[in-house]
Each structure stands twice: as C-alpha cells, then as structure tokens.
Design a protein around this ligand. Structure first.
Ligand SMILES: Cc1ncc(COP(=O)(O)O)c(C=O)c1O
Length: 483
C-alpha cells in the first residue's frame, strides 16, 4: 500500500503539502507524517526519506529528525535499510501481559493523582515549544558556572564521604544569609524544594489534617500535601495574594494548624502579598496557633529592577513560619539543591523527616552549590537571567494580549517564570491543552492548580523557555489550537 493512498483527509494533506513547500522545518514534516500515519494499521509503510524530500522539498537532516522524533513518541518504527512504518500499538508488542489486577485490590485507594505534576516534569522533545516547564531552559542555565564549580568541588577532600544530615555548614550559612531571617543551625539542606515540601507536610501535620492552601497554588505542593494524607482547603487569592478576611474564616471553619503559601511571585499567578497583608496574614497565623510554610522559590526572579519584598519569615521571631528556598530554580534543573529553615520543635521534626527520607544530600552536589554561589560570577548570572526573563515575559505577554485581548492577563507578574492566562468563555483548559500539545506547544491546564473547583478556565504558560522572537509563533500556534 502506498502511504498517499491511505490518507482519508486528502484535502487537508494537500493543504499541508502546499504549506510544506513554503516551510520545510522539522515541525511541518512531523505534522505531515502524523497525518499520514493517523488511523493506519501498524506495519503500514510510510514514504521513503527520498520520496519525502521530493514531496516536501525538505533536506535529509530535517526528515531524519522528524522520523526520529516520531519514533521516540512510539508513532513510527524506523527500520534502517527497510524503511519507516506505522508502529504497532504498544499492547500488541511482546508477550501477553501478566494479570496485575490483584495489585489494585492490594494497594487500595490512591492519595491523589500526580498526573499534572508528571506533565510538568515531562522532558520535551526538541520540536516542542515547552511552555509547561517551571525550570530555566538550557540557554539561561548556569551551565558553565556549574561545570567550573563541580570541578572545584571534586578536588575537595571527603566529597564522596558521609555528610551531616542537616547539610554542609558553608551551604547552610549561605542560605541563612540569603533568607535574612534564620541562623545557619536552623537551616536544613534538601535535594530540591519539592523534597523539602514533602517532608514539611509529613512533619508538621498528621494524615487527615486540613492544610490551608492559596487557590490557585503550585500543583507540586498540592500533590505532596495529598500524598501526606492531608486535606487541602482552598483559600482564594487575588493579585495582592491571600485575602486576610478569607484566611481568618478558613482557619476558624477548618480548624487547620497549617498554611502553605507563596507570598512572593506566586506560582502560577505571580501575585505578591502586599506589605499590609503580610502583617495581617502573620497576625492571623499567630492567632490560630498555626504554622505557615512559606515557599520562597522565586526570590531571585524579581523582574522590575527592585528587590523582592522581605520574606514573611523575617517578620516572625516566634517560629510560626517555615521557610523554603530553591537553588535549583535559578541555577539548573539538575542541581537539585534547596533548603528549609525552621525553629524549635518544628526544626527537630523536619530534620527527623529528612533523615528518614534519604539520610543526607550527596556531598558533590552540596560542594558544587557552595562553589557556585560563592563564585564572583554568580551575581552576574542572576543579573543576566533577570534581564533575559524580563524580555521573555514582555514578549509573550504582549503577543497574548494582542491575540486574546488585555483581560486574558489580570496583571503582569513582577517576578517568577509564569503567566496565568484566562481563556475565552466556553473554552475548556483540558481541551486547549491537548490541542496545543498536538501543535507541539506544551502548556499546563489551569484546573490542576486549584485545590477545589476552578472558578474559570486558565492555562499556565512559562515564559522562561521562549526567546522573545519566538513569542509570536508560540501564540499563533496557541490561537490555532484553541480555535
Ligand atoms: C512554587 C514551587 N515550589 C517548589 C518547587 C520545586 O522546586 P525544586 O524542587 O526544583 O527546588 C517548584 C517547582 O516547580 C515550584 O514551582
């Protein structure tokens, strides 16, 4: 069978071919092959590389890249010397699957889904515009600096030995100064702040307890709280962050003793808690005899030239605020280093939880982190980063407002990595997300970010991964996908 014979939507393919002749990028080749493969049986032969080159006017490298990408997705089988074929469905391959149904019975109920989190952690293929990630793309990472820091770290004595469970003193001291409100002995080093959050939810509450959470909030925090058996209770926020009157009522109604919040450049909205509200929120937390986990992940992503407001923890000498900070976010995703700071019995409980989790963070990572943040070039990296992120934020926000109208963004976030986009009336976030994925643009559906019912349809877009000159193309793909 010739591939061209089996295409059902012939008109569409003709259009695509026409388009292809004007644009021979890998993306277009992928689109074309997807349409050829759609609905075909496994084993159907697709046109040869040479035929594709002739039909599409694309070079062999472009065609090979497109085939490789589709093979990685499991859509095609590329058999060297034989050709390219539509792949057989996964379940048809290999021996008959064992009956594992007993596991479902043995495991019982799940503690919430991690689907949304897995979506964020997805490593994108090269052709995709990855606006779903919460990390710096390669061109903004501190790769060269980390390489030099790792080389110095490797020469440190005892780097492969056992580390203190609370972390290296030099790194704890650096985090203490950066947090501006704790002393080194109150800081514990963690392999990223996700680990810090997971330990905090387990250490500071018992399964079944309520935990107040901003609505919307970070999906990773929601997943970690649920995995600890806690019950997230939504406290709606506006662009100035938590609303004190609603927070007070929520503490009273739920009896919660724990709040998770992001007062500075919240993920996903970018909201910043005003100075007045900071004082009010702390007062309410004190009155409730509660703890507040302050996730200060975005402090280094201040985009308007002024420093980020002091953390809530700086106003709290009484040990109510547990502060979490990330180095991973502003360095590179692979440098999994974060810190959690607390006082009193809460510190002891957190340290015990961390010890149970993994004893200590590898010395090579901690030493590399110390070498990195004490290098003179570190501050230069942060300055360059902020300038680049600001340009990316402005370009994407500008294109979005032009395409969807100004109300699609309630405000321009003064920091962070994300835009929180309200979709037009009647557009489902899940469908928009899925259609965007098919157009090779990855975004995150808003509903996952709400602890309870979403009040509207939103997408979270990360502007970090998108060079300013690519913003127009990204929004055009999004508009095309949403329709
Ligand atoms: C608000 C927030 N907190 C914590 C994390 C976890 O960051 P990491 O574990 O990489 O430090 C993330 C990552 O996306 C985040 O967005």
């Amino acid at each position: 069978m010739r591939a061209g014979d089996c295409v059902t939507a012939e008109a569409l393919v003709a259009l695509l071919l026409n388009d292809m002749r004007n644009d021979n990028s890998t993306h277009r080749v992928i689109q074309y092959l997807r349409h050829l493969a759609a609905g075909q049986e496994g084993g159907t032969r697709l046109p040869s590389v040479r035929a594709l080159m002739r039909m599409l006017g694309a070079g062999p490298v472009t065609i090979a890249a497109a085939i490789r990408r589709l093979a990685e997705e499991g859509l095609v089988d590329a058999r060297p010397g034989l050709g390219t074929f539509v792949a057989a469905p996964a379940e048809a391959k290999g021996p008959a699957a064992a009956d594992l149904a007993w596991q479902t019975v043995a495991l019982g109920p799940t503690r919430g889904s991690t689907e949304a989190l897995a979506e964020l952690a997805l490593v994108p293929t090269p052709a995709a515009l990855a606006l779903n990630a919460g990390y710096l793309p390669e061109d903004l990472q501190a790769g060269t600096l980390i390489g030099a820091a790792a080389a110095r770290a490797l020469r440190r004595p005892g780097v492969w030995g056992r580390m203190p469970p609370e972390g290296l003193h030099a790194l704890r001291a650096w985090f203490a100064v950066a947090a501006d409100s704790f002393r080194p002995h109150e800081v514990t080093i963690c392999p990223g702040t996700q680990a810090a959050l997971a330990a905090a939810f387990r250490a500071l509450a018992l399964p079944g307890d309520p935990v107040l959470m901003e609505s919307p909030t970070y999906v990773g925090a929601l997943a970690a709280a649920r995995a600890a058996g806690l019950r997230p209770v939504a406290v709606p926020i506006d662009e100035s962050g938590l609303r004190p009157e609603l927070l007070e009522t929520s503490f009273r109604a739920s009896g919660a003793r724990l709040l998770y919040c992001q007062p500075t450049y919240a993920n996903p909205t970018g909201a910043v808690l005003t100075a007045e509200r900071r004082a009010a929120v702390l007062d309410i937390v004190h009155q409730a005899g509660a703890f507040a986990i302050e996730d200060d992940w975005a402090r280094d992503f201040s985009l308007e030239g002024s420093a980020a407001p002091a953390p809530l923890a700086a106003l709290d000498p009484a040990g109510h605020v547990i502060l979490v900070r990330s180095l991973t976010k502003c360095a590179a995703p692979g440098l999994r280093i974060g810190a959690i700071a607390a006082r009193g019995a809460a510190l002891e409980r957190l340290r015990a939880a961390r010890l149970i989790d993994d004893f200590f963070v590898p010395g090579i990572l901690q030493e590399t982190a110390v070498q990195l943040v004490t290098a003179p070039a570190w501050e230069r990296h942060l300055r360059r980063l902020r300038t680049a992120l600001r340009a990316r934020r402005d370009a994407l926000a500008g294109e979005l407002r032009r395409a969807f109208g100004p109300p699609c963004l309630a405000h321009l976030p003064a920091g962070g990595l994300h835009l929180w986009v309200r979709l037009p009336e009647g557009v489902s976030d899940i469908e928009a997300c899925e259609r965007a994925r098919r157009a090779d643009i990855l975004v995150s559906a808003g509903r996952h970010w709400f602890p309870a019912e979403p009040p509207g349809s939103y997408l979270r877009l990360s502007f970090a991964a998108l060079a300013p000159e690519a913003a127009g193309e990204a929004v055009a793909r999004l508009v095309g996908a949403i329709g």
